[in-house]
Ligand binder design. Structure first.
Ligand code: GTP
Ligand code: MG
Length: 198
């Protein structure tokens, strides 16, 4: 899919502030610092549309971007960042989950996972919750430029092992790197395919 237009719409700190309307939306979620905002910028070929930081916890709002005047790309805050208080982490996770349950036009969620980090319980629990709530999602491994192929196969084997404890089939997996522009076509083509059903 060609991105001809990408514009920031709004940041929401509460469910009541979400844009509404009936445009299909695709959201990006994952632990803080996994590379959600970087991936969105890479997909949209805009360097600074979504705000990026080396410090985890940069995105604390739900950010809607309107693409080609016809669908939303949504940058979500990170969950599971250890430096914030337990209460804050719980509230952030609740906010993300409320959005997911509330968003009537959410077509697919992209769950970002750092390819270099072995499976974390926060991610596994979150994906299990998505499964229980029948939310369609794709696993996107990020920062592929930082990992060797042997490290990657080891990590993937661990994910497979952990996920198959709860899942009969594994969800679709896409490998990406915001630095190398890896995964761009695959993600955008998948979104395009899903938009055809909307
Ligand atoms: P929060 O908004 O805090 O939840 O973080 P985020 O998931 O949006 O991550 P962000 O895009 O802000 O990136 C976090 C850090 O990872 C930044 O220093 C990025 O430059 C770096 N980063 C993101 N993607 C990649 C990638 O593909 N490769 C490499 N090497 N670094 C990346
Ligand atoms: Mg961010």
């Amino acid at each position: 899919m060609k991105i001809t237009k990408a514009e920031f719409v709004k940041s929401s700190t509460q469910i009541s502030q979400l844009p509404g309307g009936n445009l299909p939306e695709f959201a990006f979620v994952g632990r803080s610092n996994v590379g959600k905002s970087s991936l969105i910028n890479m997909l949209l070929e805009k360097k600074q549309l979504a705000h990026i930081s080396q410090k985890p916890g940069k995105t604390r709002t739900i950010n809607h971007y309107i693409i080609n005047d016809s669908w939303y790309m949504v940058d979500l805050p990170g969950y599971g960042y250890a430096q914030t208080s337990k209460k804050e982490r719980k509230e952030m996770l609740r906010f993300i989950k409320d959005y997911i349950l509330y968003a009537p036009n959410l077509i697919n969620l992209f769950v970002l996972l750092d390819a270099k980090i072995k499976p974390q319980s926060s991610d596994l629990n979150f994906m299990e919750w998505l499964g229980i709530n029948e939310i369609p999602f794709t696993m996107v491994f990020t920062k592929m430029d930082k990992i060797s192929s042997s490290e990657l196969s080891k990590n993937m084997a661990q994910y497979r092992q952990e996920m198959l404890k709860k899942w009969e089939f594994l969800p679709m997996v896409i490998n990406s790197s915001a630095v190398k522009k890896q995964g761009r076509e695959e993600i955008l083509n998948y979104i395009e395919e899903l938009l055809n059903y909307c």
